[in-house]
Every structure is written in C-alpha cells, then in structure tokens.
Write a new protein. Structure first.
Length: 103
C-alpha cells in the first residue's frame, strides 16, 4: 500500500476571503463547529441588525472550517451542503481545498 505524500497544508488549502456586510433587515444563518469531530452545525438564525462586528465570512459547501478556540479539541469539519452561504466570524477560519497538480 502506497502512503500519502507529506505536504504543507498551505499546498492543499487556501484561506477563503469571501465576506459580506450583513443587511439589518435580512436574516442570516450562522455556523458553529462542534467538539470532537462532530461537525459543523447551525448555531442560530439572526437578523443582520443583531450581528455585531460588521463584516462576516461566507461559508461554502465543502470548505474546511475550524474553531480557533477549540481546534485542539477536535472542532474542525467540512461545511455541509445545507449550510452553504451561512455566515461565520473570523473566529471560524474557512479554507478552500486546492489539490496539488499532478504531472
């Protein structure tokens, strides 16, 4: 059995920078990441007027998401299809898979 090649994460993941400024009159889904590898889940639905802090990152299906605070406790997941377009703060970095090119 051939082993997986060792590469730096920066070679296979790219930080997502897609953001929006929430509109006060619109409702938005927010994501949280559960501990111990139990996935990304809906945290709440909130109006833009109740979202403090300005810009939010937009999560896309298939992205890697992690909790800065709880990553050491397994709070890392892939964004599921049903949370595509949900919002997160910068405490939940998002990464797009960027597989290496094969020759």
């Amino acid at each position: 059995m051939k082993s997986w090649p060792k590469v730096r994460l920066a070679e296979v993941l790219r930080r997502s920078v897609e953001t929006i400024l929430p509109s006060p009159e619109t409702d938005y889904r927010e994501i949280t990441v559960r501990l111990w590898g139990k996935g990304a889940v809906l945290r709440r639905i909130a109006s833009g007027a109740n979202l403090a802090g300005g810009r939010r990152f937009v999560a896309r299906s298939g992205q890697l998401i992690l909790s800065r605070i709880d990553a050491r406790n397994g709070a890392i997941a892939l964004v599921p299809d049903e949370l595509d377009g949900a919002l997160v703060t910068n405490d939940f970095p998002l990464f797009d898979p960027d597989p290496p090119k094969r020759s």
